[in-house]
Design a protein around this ligand. Sequence first.
Ligand SMILES: [Zn+2]
Ligand SMILES: [Zn+2]
Length: 93
Amino acid sequence: MTLRPLHRINGATLAVLLAGIITFVACAADAPEGDALALEMRPVCEKCEASLTVDGDATICSYECTFCPTCATAMEHVCPNCGGDLVPRPKRQ
Ligand SMILES: [Zn+2]
Ligand SMILES: [Zn+2]
């Protein structure tokens, strides 16, 4: 009789994958659809600490993780904190 530890590994791996997918979907579903809440206009890139102005280019995810366009491009517009999409932040005059 041989034990099959692989089954347990596969189950655990599947659980991790599912948790990742659920987190990703929850993050995407949380994206504001317009104008309900004012964005927190963070003044610096969370990665390189470049300063970001409210009327200049910046990118955010649905949790308002904020990055400069250079870092967003380098990360292929995927937030490293939550895995969500990084999109251009609306400018404030
Ligand atoms: Zn940056
Ligand atoms: Zn994020």
